[in-house]
Every structure is written in structure tokens, then in C-alpha cells.
Design a protein around this ligand. Sequence first.
Ligand SMILES: Cc1cc2nc3c(=O)[nH]c(=O)nc-3n(C[C@H](O)[C@H](O)[C@H](O)COP(=O)(O)O)c2cc1C
Length: 369
Amino acid sequence: MSTHTQATSEIGFRKEKHLSICADPSRFSVEGNSTGFEGVHFIHDALPEIGEDEIDLKTEFLGQTVAAPIFISCMTGGSEKGFFANRELAKAAQEKGYAVGMGSIRILFDSPELFEHFHLKALAPDVPILANIGGSQIRDMEHEKLFELVKKLEVDSLVVHLNPGQELFQPEGDRDFRGIKDSIRRLCDGAPVPIIVKETGFGIRPQRVQNLLDSGVAYVDVAGAGGTNWVTVEAHRVPEDDRGEAEEFAHWGIPTAVLLACLKQHTGKILASGGVRTGLDVAKSIALGAHSAGLALPLIREAVSGGAEAVVRYLDRLENTLRSVLILTASRSPKELGKSKIWLDPGFASMMASFQEAEREIEDTGHPI
Ligand SMILES: Cc1cc2nc3c(=O)[nH]c(=O)nc-3n(C[C@H](O)[C@H](O)[C@H](O)COP(=O)(O)O)c2cc1C
């Protein structure tokens, strides 16, 4: 099969530009202010009475056992750099035994010759692979065609991303966000693999999480604020004089840790991402009830600069920290860590209470799903 490695289309060029911006922290600052994780603390146990050999990080995910509750978030493919990054991320995932996502497969409908960019199963046959597509695309396309592609890619889940903020700041972006909820429900009814729904860094509010789970979504990845801000990424693509509006959204979104804390009732169905950077962030996500935690920006930077080896080193550090937190909180597994071993800063607790109260009061004016 031919594998055109150039960015062959408008989408490919855009993806390549996004990747160049995100991978170069010396030139582009793309991260938001705070995830809220700094307001969450563990209850240290000086007498944990467990040995390191008892720690077991293994976690069930999408019908498979992964080595730890950590995954590589959906990112790229469709350009030369994107293909390289996908390959390195997939190799690292296979070595670590972690689930790995890919960027939107929308481009494959116009450029089927790029199939290999997204066929991560070939490089990571023993871990869950996550395909990706936008909410607007599933609304506007025939689901049967999408299901055929999903089967051909041999993935274990299809992740639908919601990104109205980013779309509004893309000159060529979507301006109509009607009908997406209904198309997610239809997708869940017919899909050959479990559906995950994620944001891309502004978060999904709790009532919407409930709606999505009620409609048959297997996991919701909150992808909250505090990490990569996609309005800021888009702003770097336009001349400096035109960035004013985007700058007003530098702190937009619901902080990841606040969302997790408000979603404890859905323990096991929530994936944590958006600004997860350290092993401590991963541990706090699990302690707040997340099934597992995902990272995008730090891993793409490692993949581009140092390949799979660098990605593995970064993931090793996360895993080591997670192990230490388990020992210091007398937890033998991530499940045990999820049993209220944290305390919250008063500032965080009051921010959470205020958010919860305000969110509950929003009348649901949309069409229920
Ligand atoms: C280079 C890059 C490309 C991305 N492309 C996609 C994409 O195609 N689909 C998607 O759902 N999310 C995409 N994302 C968003 C991430 O999956 C994630 O939700 C977001 O960046 C927040 O996580 P972070 O703070 O760890 O970066 C991309 C992120 C990066 C850094």
C-alpha cells in the first residue's frame, strides 16, 4: 500500500501546523492556567504495612488488561510528522502495555492512501487502540462507512471529540453545533466497538456527562482545562494582530480536577485528561474516581524530540510516582487508591461546591438524549 507521507490535503496541512505549534514549547506557549490538582492532597500513611511487591497497577480497559491506569490521548496522523509521532507513540504504548489513541480519522475518507498512519494495531497489537473522530463529522456522515473503517483499523474503541471552542477559532471551523447529541446516541446504537466521548481541553460539565452515559457511551473523558488550550493553539496560526479575541479565552473551561471531584458518582466510567502532567496528577485523578488518566501534549513533545524511547522514559516516571503514592497511602491497587485517600484545600472545596451549585441550576434547554 502506498503511504503518502506529505500533508496531502487542507486537513493534513492544518494538522501538521497544530503539531509544529504543540511540539515547540520554546516558541509557542499553549497551556492554560490551572487544572486544580494543586488543591488536592493525599492523606499520608506512616504505617502503610504493605510491601512494594504487593503493588499491582494492572487495570481492565476495553476488554483488555493494561499495565497501568494511564493512556496516551488521541492526537495525530495525516502528515509526515504526524505519522512519525503516531509510530513512536504506538511503539511506546506497546512497550509499556498502555492504551494509545490517534488523531481524527476523518482525513481517511478523502485520502485513503494514508491508512498506515492510523493503523496503530500493526505496531501495538497487544494494547487497546482508540480511533478518533469529531462530533460534527458523525452528525454529517453515514455511520455505516465509519463503522467499516473502524473495523478495518482493528481498533478497540471509537473516541468522539467535542471541540466547539476550537472550531469557533478556526477560520475554516464549524459554526453549527446542533444535532451532535442525537448523532452520538445513534452512533452508540450501531457501533461495532465501545464509544468514548471526550472534550479537547475545556471539559464536559456533569449534566452532559450524565446525558452521554445515559445514551450508551462507555466512558467519558472530561479533558478539562489547565492543559493544552486549543483556542490558544489556533491563535498561533493567525497574525499576532488578530489574536485579541483568542487571548480572552486563555483561561476558559472547567478545571480538570474540579470536574473529577464533581463526578465521583460515576467512578469507573470517567477518564481524566486535560493538563495531566505528572505521576502525582495521575494518582490524584484515580483518587478522585477516574478509571484512568491520559496525557497528550507532554507525550507528543517527547515523541517528536526523542522518539518512543523518550516517551517510555516519561511514562516510566509517571508509573514510578504512582507506585510511591500507592505505598504512601497504604493502597495495593489503583482501585484501593480510589477510596477517599485525599483531602481538599478549603479553596478547592469551595470552588467545587460553587461550581456544582451553579451547574445544577442550569436549565437543560437542549434536547435531552
Ligand atoms: C498535537 C495534538 C493534536 C491533537 N489532536 C487531537 C485530535 O485529533 N482529536 C482529539 O480528540 N484530540 C486531539 N488533541 C487533544 C488531546 O487529545 C487532549 O484532549 C488535549 O490536548 C488536552 O490534553 P493535554 O493537556 O494533555 O494536552 C490533540 C492534542 C495535541 C497536543
